[in-house]
Design a protein around this ligand. Structure first.
Ligand code: ATP
Length: 215
């Protein structure tokens, strides 16, 4: 059965969440009080309703309380965001992901029982800045504090050597998980696999080790 997602608030964040979920094949119900935004989202999601999220009946009619997951993307109006979170929890929605605009807002949402709180602008800013600090970094997937999986362009000075010769594990504490070359992926490369110029690497390591490798 298809998972049902509710999206409350169709600002830039809510809109793109709803669109991506719908493109991924999910059933998406959205509510916003702004008619224009509802119209725009209605072109690609299952159901879009004009309504005030503080109106319990409006959410009921939209079917929000039956959603498996609700994305609460009202941000600027912190009071409305918190009141709607309370309403969702009282009406039995177990899985809520909410956008917050400041740490206190996030803390209140978490204490209410929101499973995941996101700070879209701050999180994106950190990601962009980190990608600028590490030469050739394409993507970072944080794994644990200080450790990440990185997608990086292979540094030029390691090109032409095998993984055995490079000995990245002992020298840097870095594990190469996969090599991407001309669109093809070599997963779990062996010691005899060679890094070529232009390769993209998926590696696991500490922030410090990745700086040493790419710096
Ligand atoms: P974003 O940064 O995601 O673009 P925003 O800054 O434009 O968001 P927000 O205040 O976070 O604006 O509101 C997001 C959306 O939520 C807007 O489309 C707004 O119409 C809608 N919204 C705000 N309050 C309510 C409410 N009480 N009921 C329904 N929709 C609401």
């Amino acid at each position: 059965m298809k998972r049902i997602f509710g999206v409350i608030g169709l600002g830039r964040f809510g809109f793109h969440v709803a669109k991506t979920l719908a493109e991924g094949g999910a059933e998406v119900i959205a509510v916003d009080r702004d008619e224009e935004k509802v119209k725009k989202a209605g072109e690609f999601i299952t159901r879009a309703y004009i309504g005030d999220a503080l109106d319990e009946k409006a959410l009921e009619e939209a079917g929000i309380f039956n959603a498996d997951t609700v994305v609460l993307s009202i941000g600027e109006n912190v009071e409305a965001s918190i009141l709607v979170a309370v309403l969702l929890i009282e009406r039995g929605v177990r899985d809520i992901v909410a956008k917050a605009v400041n740490p206190l807002h996030g803390e209140v949402l978490r204490r209410l029982g929101v499973r995941r709180v996101v700070f879209p602008e701050m999180e994106m800013a950190v990601r962009v800045a980190k990608s600028l600090l590490i030469t050739g970094m394409i993507e970072e997937i944080p794994f644990a504090p200080g450790h990440s999986i990185y997608e990086i362009e292979a540094p030029r000075r390691i090109a032409g050597k095998t993984l055995r010769e490079l000995d990245l594990r002992n020298r840097y504490g870095i594990n190469v998980l996969a090599i991407k070359r001309e669109g093809k992926v070599i997963p779990n490369p062996s010691a005899d696999d060679r890094i070529n110029a232009g390769d993209v690497l998926l590696v696991l390591g500490s922030e410090e080790s990745i700086h040493r490798l790419t710096g």
